[in-house]
Ligand binder design. Structure first.
Ligand SMILES: NC(=O)c1ccc[n+]([C@@H]2O[C@H](COP(=O)([O-])OP(=O)(O)OC[C@H]3O[C@@H](n4cnc5c(N)ncnc54)[C@H](OP(=O)(O)O)[C@@H]3O)[C@@H](O)[C@H]2O)c1
Length: 261
């Protein structure tokens, strides 16, 4: 699908992979509605993209954990008079630690952002895409979606939802002109990986750049691929090692990778 003059809604556009996806969409000549909580980051990106690419970018400051957040996004987009061609469900965060010691309210917020809002936005925008006969959904999952993740249990489980949901929906929508892509990065150099919780775990010793991950994810979405894992080593791990190894073993390895160095 050519992205020129196509409108994309990008959640979590204020940093990391989401900001890079917004940049790539703008470079293709598409307009944007960019959503996150940090206004100054979104406004800076809006100014950068409008100046560099001459496209229209709109900022929506929205905490996606708030009740009715997905509907508020839809109402805002409608008030701008825009039809959404591309939905990028990228906003998400992790929460490290043993589950039984964690603050439940943080995990509840995680489930809202990583799962609930992603599904609700998809439910709201996809019917309009189907009616128009074209559309793209890019759901940012993770390699974490393919394995249980001790010390990051709710985050890994949330990404398993995203992978499964996206692949099922891609199948349901075949022939409609609307495609769904699950982007499954490995450890990526963003604010996510720089939190005090994540900085010192084995997993973040080697990381991909957010730009590279976004370029690969965006291209897969444009071509309508159901699933993409950026990086050869990550591909071999996901499609080979994780499928062939006993689940108990991969769970133990995941735990080791989530432990402090
Ligand atoms: N980095 C990795 O190693 C890695 C690996 C695999 C998958 N991922 C996934 O990639 C996606 C993007 O993460 P990232 O690595 O780019 O991290 P990031 O730089 O921390 O970006 C996360 C984005 O989500 C937004 N966000 C978080 N909570 C929100 C809320 N309650 N309401 C609205 N927006 C919210 C943040 O914006 P505000 O703070 O401004 O609200 C920010 O724009 C996530 O889904 C993550 O799970 C990351």
């Amino acid at each position: 699908m050519t992205m020129e003059r196509k409108t994309a809604v990008v959640t979590g556009a204020s940093s990391g992979i989401g900001a890079e996806l917004a940049r790539i969409h703008a470079a293709h000549g598409g307009s944007l509605v960019m959503i996150a909580r940090r206004r100054e980051k979104l406004e800076a990106l809006k100014a950068e993209l409008e100046k560099t690419y001459g496209i229209a970018a709109y900022v929506l400051v929205q905490d996606l954990t708030e009740a009715g957040a997905a509907q508020q996004v839809h109402d805002h987009v409608r008030s701008l008079g825009l039809a959404v061609d591309v939905l990028v469900n990228n906003a998400g965060f992790g929460y490290w630690g043993p589950f039984h010691e964690q603050d439940w309210s943080v995990n509840e917020a995680l489930i809202k952002v990583n799962i609930l809002v992603l599904a609700a936005l998809t439910r709201i925008f996809v019917p309009e895409m189907v009616a128009r006969g074209h559309g793209r959904v890019l759901n940012v999952a993770s390699m974490a979606g393919f394995v249980p993740g001790p010390l990051h249990a709710v985050y890994y489980a949330s990404k398993a939802f995203v992978v499964s949901f996206s692949e099922a929906l891609a199948n349901e929508l075949a022939g409609t002109g609307v495609t769904v892509t699950a982007l499954c990065p490995g450890p990526t150099e963003t604010e996510f990986a720089r939190t005090p919780q994540m900085r010192d775990v084995h997993l973040t010793r080697r990381m991909d750049s957010a730009r590279r991950v976004a370029v690969i994810g965006y291209e897969a979405m444009r071509r309508g691929k159901p699933l993409v894992v950026p990086g050869l080593l990550n591909k071999i791990t996901t499609h080979g090692l994780l499928r062939l190894s006993p689940r108990r073993l991969t769970t133990r390895v995941a735990r080791r990778l989530n432990e402090k160095r």
